[in-house]
Write a protein that binds this ligand. Structure first.
Ligand code: PAF
Length: 284
């Protein structure tokens, strides 16, 4: 695997790869890699892409500066992980390399409704920062394929919108399924910060998502939502939302709707650690 810290070096290396007729598959990350990230690399490889991963902890998407300060950085382990996964290139830029003029938002993105609900409402400015850095990285890497995880469902929708509206319509986006621990906890870089007791109860989030799916025939969503909120609170979570939404456009739903593609989404904090997860509801 070749590691680049400078944009110009990466660009000239990739231009040779592209001239040789290879298509570049890009996996943007913020490091602290786990098997969820590796599954993206593997999918890109399996689809015949030359794989480029980036590790950049993007300051502009952290609305909570404490979260940024505590974001795990495990670069040496990440590099080993990527080599073992057969990743071809790692782009590891500094903040100055990505934001030479400072960290202010230089391009403005309007994600409309998507920025007003769930993660958008709970983390003001977050998606503007995501849009800014993803656009910057796409301009640098100029990939054919972009691989992202369903774990960040709303982020995937925001990036889809960015591809459509931001002149990136030739980029093929592949959304890969969430990878889970044996007890159902969605893999996330933030899981490393959980204490052992917090780690054990964190699986409750997935149990709640499963119950939202399994009770679609028997109960009203409003009741299941209340049961999930009560269970999570009883386990010590500070619940931010338990929501049901249209899977295609994220319109929030008060009740299950037969025949509509639906996704259940949960965000909850345990101690200082904020966890999010979601589940596409299989129609019963
Ligand atoms: O999902 C992430 O890790 C980040 O939001 C991303 C897409 C790499 C942008 O910084």
């Amino acid at each position: 695997m070749v590691i680049f810290k400078k944009i110009e070096d990466l660009k000239s290396y990739l231009s040779n790869i592209k001239n040789n007729g290879q298509k570049v598959g890009f996996v943007p990350t913020m490091g602290a890699l786990h098997n969820g990230h590796i599954s993206l690399i593997e999918k890109a490889k399996a689809d015949g892409y030359f794989t480029v991963c980036s590790i950049f902890v993007n300051p502009t998407q952290f609305n909570d500066k404490k979260d940024l300060e505590k974001y795990p950085v495990t670069t040496n382990d990440d590099i080993e992980f990527l080599i073992n996964a057969g990743c071809k290139v790692l782009f590891l830029p500094s903040v100055d390399e990505i934001y030479p003029g400072g960290e202010q938002l230089t391009r403005s993105f309007d994600f409309g409704y998507l920025d007003t609900i769930l993660e958008g409402a709970k983390r003001p400015g977050h998606f503007k920062g995501v849009g800014q850095v993803v656009a910057r990285l796409l301009d640098i890497v100029e990939p054919t394929g972009l691989f992202m995880g369903q774990k960040d469902y709303q982020q995937c929708m925001v990036v889809k919108m960015l591809l459509k509206t931001g002149n990136y319509s030739t980029i093929h986006m592949v959304i890969c399924p969430t990878i889970r621990e044996a007890d159902g906890l969605a893999m996330s870089s933030r899981n490393r910060r959980l204490t052992q007791p917090q780690r054990v109860i964190s699986a409750t989030i997935y149990q709640c998502l499963i119950s939202i799916e399994s009770k679609q025939q028997s109960d009203k969503f409003s009741l299941v939502k209340k049961q999930c909120e009560d269970l999570l609170s009883a386990k010590g979570f500070n619940v931010e939302y338990v929501a049901l939404a249209d899977a295609d456009n994220l319109t929030l739903l008060d009740e299950y709707e037969t025949g509509r593609p639906m996704v259940a989404l949960i965000a909850a904090k345990i101690g200082e650690i904020r966890l999010i997860d979601n589940l596409l509801i299989k129609i019963a």
